[in-house]
Design a protein around this ligand. Structure first.
Ligand SMILES: [Zn+2]
Length: 422
């Protein structure tokens, strides 16, 4: 089926969008990274954008390890409140400039903390930057006059499955305090300390911390080691999203959902890879995976798909046409398209959505569902009634844009039941 010509980059840029999976420390402006590094005497392999793109922030990476290499530089310049405030502000401004109306920046405050900067101070600095951008954006017409839905955000704190010395001075302090414990037990303790700080900062300082995440190397560092921290988040009404199924199979996703109460899944790329299921006889792996997919579909557990990042960290996928998002959509899972890292993956929300729309001939109704799901399944800090009203405004605005681009009503018979994805 031929898609309307109007379902193009201009349309995708114009529609209201979310970015629910965007790492603050992977999304700096390149020029800002260089400026901050110079000001703070942080060593970079190059001090011009072209050099850094050639050496660090590439189009293609050998594997997840090479992909993560650049974070040592970005984290190193993000240990001062002014720097955190600035990059948070710029992320919000850059996102809004391409039509993103709601973001949930995530970061691991323990990589930014130091003896001079507490986890709470890290969170406060990021919030100052985001709040400043939000206030500026929402004072502009046509938002101020009520013609367009406003910009908003919520903060997600990332615990780490593990992290290394080079990434964090905090690590040395923390490990030093627990030097007689096996390292596999120390990281879960760090997660517990983080979740308490997140909830404390939310409750005492009014910072919109809306979610708790688990990031870092997946294989060999299971989510269930951190289940007490996630249980604590659960008991304190903090939403949960977990990086799972990126470097490991369906059992990792199962663990995230059943033992850590995940409301959303980061990536979930290997969701259908039944051959990666362990501890189950091979004859039952297929049915186990099917049951997991069914559960995720039924519970509307949203999968945060980051296409470019997935292709970069899992080179075996090859090209976008092979990405499992195709099957996720045809199985009618709740999917939201995100950037992961605007700098490290060299992308934007608009580009990510365009990639999916083009590769899988996503129809206007499926695209609309997917975009609106981003708003519905966000961890918005708004009270529920206000969140519903906000989503309603977004839908109305989305339909107005569709009208302007001559896109047929999403419920028209032309697109009804059309699913050229299977
Ligand atoms: Zn991520």
């Amino acid at each position: 089926m031929k898609l309307p010509d109007s379902l193009n980059i201009e349309f995708i840029r114009a529609i209201p969008k979310t970015d629910l999976h965007v790492h603050l420390d992977g999304s700096l402006r390149l020029e800002t990274l260089i400026e901050l590094a110079k000001a703070q005497s942080v060593e970079l392999p190059s001090y011009n954008p072209e050099g850094l793109k050639e050496l660090v922030f590439k189009d293609r990476y050998a594997d997840l390890g090479e992909y993560l290499h650049g974070f040592q530089y970005t984290c190193a310049v993000l240990r001062e409140p002014e720097a955190l405030e600035r990059v948070a502000y710029e992320l919000a401004i850059d996102s809004f400039a391409e039509g993103v109306r709601y973001i949930e920046p995530r970061f691991a405050p323990q990589l930014n903390a130091s003896e001079k900067l507490s986890i709470e101070e890290v969170l406060l600095a990021v919030d100052r930057g985001l709040a400043k951008a939000k206030s500026e954006i929402n004072q502009r017409d046509p938002i101020a006059s009520g013609k367009e839905p406003p910009f908003d955000y919520g903060i997600i704190g990332c615990a780490m499955r593990k992290f290394g010395k080079t990434f964090s001075p905090y690590y040395n302090t923390f490990i030093g305090c627990h030097r007689y414990a096996p390292v596999s037990q120390v990281f879960p303790l760090a997660s517990m300390e983080l979740v308490q700080a997140l909830i404390g900062t939310r409750d005492r300082r009014g910072v919109p911390v809306v979610g708790f995440d688990l990031a870092g190397e997946e294989k060999g560092w299971p989510a269930n080691a951190h289940r007490k921290a996630f249980e604590y988040a659960h008991q304190h009404f903090l939403m949960k999203t977990i990086h799972a199924g990126e470097a490991y199979g369906p059992s990792s996703i199962f663990q995230a959902i059943t033992q850590c109460h995940a409301d959303r899944i980061g990536h979930g790329t290997h969701l259908f890879a039944s051959d990666l299921v362990e501890h189950i006889p091979s004859s039952e792996r297929e049915s186990y995976t099917e049951a997991l997919v069914q559960y995720i579909a039924d519970r509307r557990i949203t999968i945060e798909v980051c296409p470019t990042s997935n292709l970069q960290t899992i080179p075996s996928i090859g090209e976008i046409a092979n990405h499992p998002v195709k099957r996720m959509l045809s199985e009618r899972l709740s999917v939201t398209i995100c950037t992961d890292n605007r700098l490290v993956s060299g992308t934007t929300v608009t580009e990510e959505i365009l990639k999916i729309v083009t590769a899988f001939q996503v129809t206007p109704d499926i695209l609309r569902d997917m975009i609106i799901y981003g708003f519905k399944r966000s961890f918005s800090p708004l009270p529920y009634v206000q969140k519903r009203a906000y989503v309603r405004r977004v839908i109305d605005y989305y339909q107005k844009i569709e009208g302007e681009f001559g896109i047929t009503s999403p419920n028209s018979s032309l697109y009804k039941k059309s699913l050229p994805l299977g």
